[in-house]
Design a protein. Structure first.
Length: 291
C-alpha cells in the first residue's frame, strides 16, 4: 500500500466546561491557548493540535489523520469511499478553521467522527508554553495517540489498516479486565491509535488522549501539580509494558483520560516484531481512590 496516513495531526472535542479545560491546559499541561472560535491549544509550531468547542455534552468532535500530499489524500479518501463510507469535503470556512488545505470528514465503522486532511499550516509565531516545560514530542510523530472504545473492534482494525494504511504494532488482552486492544502505528511512534473492546454502555467513547513530553521531569512536575490543584488522577505514575512509556493519567474536565508520558520506544518497521501482551504495565498505573 503506497498511500497511507502519516500522523494523528489534530483532534477536536465538544466540552461543557471550557474554563476547567483552560485551567488544565495551562496550569497542568503547559499548552499555549489561542483564543477564538473554537478555543485552540498549541503544543508546537502548528497553529494548534487540539480544538475545544463549547457544547451541551462532552465528547469527541473529530480525530484527524494527515496525508503527506494531495495525491495521497485523494488515494486514501478513495479507499474510504470504496469501503462504503460516505466522505464529504469540509467547507472553505472549516478548512481555514482547521488550518489545512483540504479535508474530508466521515464516520468510521464504530461511529467516531474522523477527518482526513493534507496541507497543514504552521503558525507564524513560535510555540510559547503556558508554564516552564521542555516541550512536546510531536513533529512528524503528530499529536500523540488516541484510544477509542469500540463496539466492533475487528471492523475498526480492518478499516484503519486497509483504508487509512495504519500498521499493526501489537495486541493485548488484559487478564484482570478481559479488555482486548489493538495498537496501530503510522510513523515511529509506538501507536498513534489503539482500538479496544468495550461494554455496550462505554462503546463509542474516547478512553484517553496521550501527549508525550521531551523530558521525564515534566511528567513528575505535572503529577505534583495535579495533586496540588485537585485535578483528579485516574491512574498513578507507571510504566507500560508495550511502549515502555513512563506516564500517568488524569481525568480531563470531559471525563475521558489525559495521559502525559515520556520515553516511549519507537517502531522500526524493518525490524519490528508484533507481540501480544497480557499485562498493561510493568509497574504502577494503579487506579486512584479519588477517581
Amino acid at each position: 500500500m503506497s498511500a497511507a496516513v502519516t500522523q494523528l495531526g489534530y483532534a477536536g472535542f465538544q466540552v461543557r466546561d471550557l474554563a476547567a479545560w483552560r485551567g488544565v491546559a495551562t496550569e497542568i499541561m503547559g499548552f499555549e491557548i489561542v483564543d477564538g472560535e473554537p478555543t485552540c491549544l498549541r503544543l508546537d509550531q502548528r497553529h494548534h493540535r487540539i480544538a475545544l468547542y463549547p457544547g451541551a455534552a462532552d465528547g469527541l468532535a473529530y480525530a484527524a489523520w494527515e496525508a503527506a500530499n494531495a495525491a495521497d489524500f485523494n488515494a486514501i479518501a478513495g479507499r474510504v469511499r470504496a469501503a462504503g463510507i460516505a466522505a464529504t469535503h469540509g467547507t472553505r470556512e472549516e478548512c481555514e478553521q482547521r488550518r489545512v488545505a483540504d479535508f474530508v470528514k466521515f464516520r468510521d465503522p464504530n461511529g467516531f467522527a474522523i477527518e482526513l486532511y493534507h496541507g497543514p499550516n504552521a503558525a507564524p509565531w513560535p510555540f510559547v508554553p503556558s508554564r516552564p516545560i521542555s516541550g512536546f514530542k510531536t513533529g512528524a510523530q503528530g499529536l500523540g495517540h488516541i484510544v477509542l472504545r469500540c463496539a466492533d473492534r475487528d471492523a475498526g482494525v480492518k478499516f484503519y489498516t486497509e483504508a487509512l494504511g495504519l500498521r499493526l504494532t501489537d495486541t493485548a488482552e488484559l487478564a484482570n479486565s478481559h479488555m482486548k486492544a489493538t495498537f496501530l502505528h503510522c510513523n515511529p511512534r509506538h501507536h498513534s491509535l489503539a482500538l479496544t473492546t468495550a461494554a455496550p454502555e462505554t462503546a463509542g467513547q474516547v478512553s484517553h488522549l496521550m501527549v508525550e513530553t521531551n523530558a521525564m521531569e515534566d511528567v513528575g512536575r505535572a503529577y505534583e501539580r495535579c495533586q496540588a490543584k485537585g485535578v483528579p488522577i485516574w491512574l498513578s505514575l507507571g510504566q507500560h509494558t508495550n511502549d515502555r512509556m513512563l506516564s500517568f493519567y488524569m481525568r480531563s474536565p470531559s471525563g475521558f483520560g489525559l495521559e502525559l508520558g515520556y520515553g516511549a520506544i519507537e517502531v522500526d518497521d524493518a525490524t519490528w516484531q508484533v507481540a501480544h501482551w497480557q499485562t498493561g504495565s510493568h509497574w504502577g498505573h494503579k487506579p486512584h481512590a479519588a477517581s
